[in-house]
Design a protein around this ligand. Structure first.
Ligand SMILES: Nc1ncnc2c1ncn2[C@@H]1O[C@H](COP(=O)(O)OP(=O)(O)OP(=O)(O)O)[C@@H](O)[C@H]1O
Ligand SMILES: [Mg+2]
Length: 386
């Protein structure tokens, strides 16, 4: 096994103070899908590991200076994923038992039978591969779990927010109607000369504007939840989408705002691009939301990169900015409806919530990575057309 490049070659570090013995073992191990590097002392082994990684260490226990067991301890402390096979003197198998207690994979007594050593090296390597796969699986499960928690919370919030929006729409309608009625009365000839008439009119005007804004918000919210409806009977118009032209269109729509703020927008395409199976309009809306957020977060001289690429079985769209980033405290909340750090009247906090809903519906994922003062990266993955 090898982490990089050729996965069939097992990289072995051979540590023994006897040069002749080392070179014999080296020769006999080579050419069996094993590549060997040598070290003459425990310290040399540690130096070697710090410059080039290996998979398995084969090490003599009895060495001058730092002996094999001490070196084993250092190796296990620094590189817990490495496996170590100890070579003990024929008369001292207890050294090997001691080594296993300290984390060695196994030990062999000298003189070594080469086939047995090769077998042990392969077994140690299999253990490493297994551990790595298990670790990846655990990380994957953890990620899915986190996504589910977020999805459930957002769905609950959406339901609650829709209920509130419905409830608020009714009193809003009454306020609007009553304000209109008052305005009408104020216009009557018999009230032409009442004192402070202009103040009344101003106040009614303000009420009208505020109601208008509140209705806008409830409308957006109801729309957003509608977008996220998972009702399978609702027809969804899926077509083959050319990501490149969609990306260019989204850029053309936000370009002017970016130019005004002296922010450069780059389109980075990693060919060949897969064809995505999606609803084009909502996807465009998501790109515009992400790009607009990036523009708001980035100062003059900054850059926004829109990257398109294919992964093994998905299409990946990344929106990367060099802006202010998102604090750890805000990060878990940015996909919530109404969460905004923008001033009153500047942001509704619906952009990412709506985007999240759209991507969910398209069978994709959306996630974020951010570093305060360095920038943010939003990543979308989408199913591709077979
Ligand atoms: N690229 C980004 N860089 C830094 N912060 C971001 C970025 N994108 C989103 N945010 C944070 O997430 C919050 C929510 O974003 P969202 O798009 O949902 O709402 P908004 O932009 O505040 O308002 P709206 O999009 O409704 O006008 C933002 O207020 C901001 O704090
Ligand atoms: Mg936004």
């Amino acid at each position: 096994m090898s982490g990089d490049g050729d996965r069939n070659i097992i990289r072995v570090l051979l540590v023994d103070d006897e040069e002749d013995y080392r070179s014999v073992l080296h020769k006999r191990l080579s050419g069996r899908s094993i590549s060997v590097v040598e070290a003459a002392t425990g310290q040399a082994a540690l130096d070697q590991l710090s410059v080039a990684p290996v998979d398995v260490v084969v090490m003599d226990v009895k060495m001058p200076g730092m002996d094999g067991v001490q070196t084993l301890k250092c190796i296990k402390d620094r590189y817990p994923e490495l496996e170590v096979i100890l070579l003990t003197g024929h008369a001292n198998p207890q050294d090997g038992v001691e080594g296993i207690k300290m984390g060695a994979f196994d030990y062999l007594s000298k003189p070594i039978e080469i086939e047995q050593l090769v077998r042990k090296i392969r077994q140690a390597d299999e253990k490493i591969v297994r551990a790595r796969v298990e670790k990846e699986e655990a990380a994957f499960r953890e990620r899915i779990k986190q996504q589910m928690v977020i999805a459930e919370r957002l769905a609950a919030l959406g339901t609650m927010a829709t209920g509130v929006a419905h409830e608020i729409n009714n009193p809003l309608a009454i306020i609007q109607e009553s304000a209109g009625w008052l305005q009408q009365i104020l216009g009557k000839p018999e009230l032409r000369d009442i004192p402070r008439k202009a103040d009344f009119e101003k106040a009614l005007n303000r009420i009208g504007k505020a109601v208008h804004r509140a209705r806008n918000i409830t409308r957006q919210l109801l729309q957003a939840v509608h977008t996220q409806s998972t009702d399978l009977t609702e027809p969804v118009e899926m077509v083959a989408v050319d990501l490149q032209s969609l990306a260019r269109e989204s850029i053309s729509l936000v370009e002017q705002e970016a130019q005004q703020k002296q922010i450069a927008i780059r389109l980075d395409i990693v060919e060949p691009l897969p064809v995505v199976w999606s609803e084009p309009y909502p996807l465009l809306q998501v790109l515009i939301n992400l790009m607009t957020n990036a523009i708001h977060a980035t100062g003059a001289g900054g850059t926004i990169t829109l990257r398109l690429e294919g992964t093994d079985d998905r299409a990946r769209i990344t929106v990367l900015d060099t802006g202010c980033g998102i604090s750890e405290e805000h990060l878990p909340r940015i996909f919530e409806p109404f969460f905004t750090t923008k001033g009153v009247g500047q942001g509704t906090g619906m952009g990412l919530y709506v985007s999240w809903g759209i991507i969910q519906k398209l069978g994709g994922t959306i996630s974020v990575n951010s570093q305060v003062n360095q920038g943010s990266t939003f990543t979308i993955t989408l199913p591709v057309k077979e």
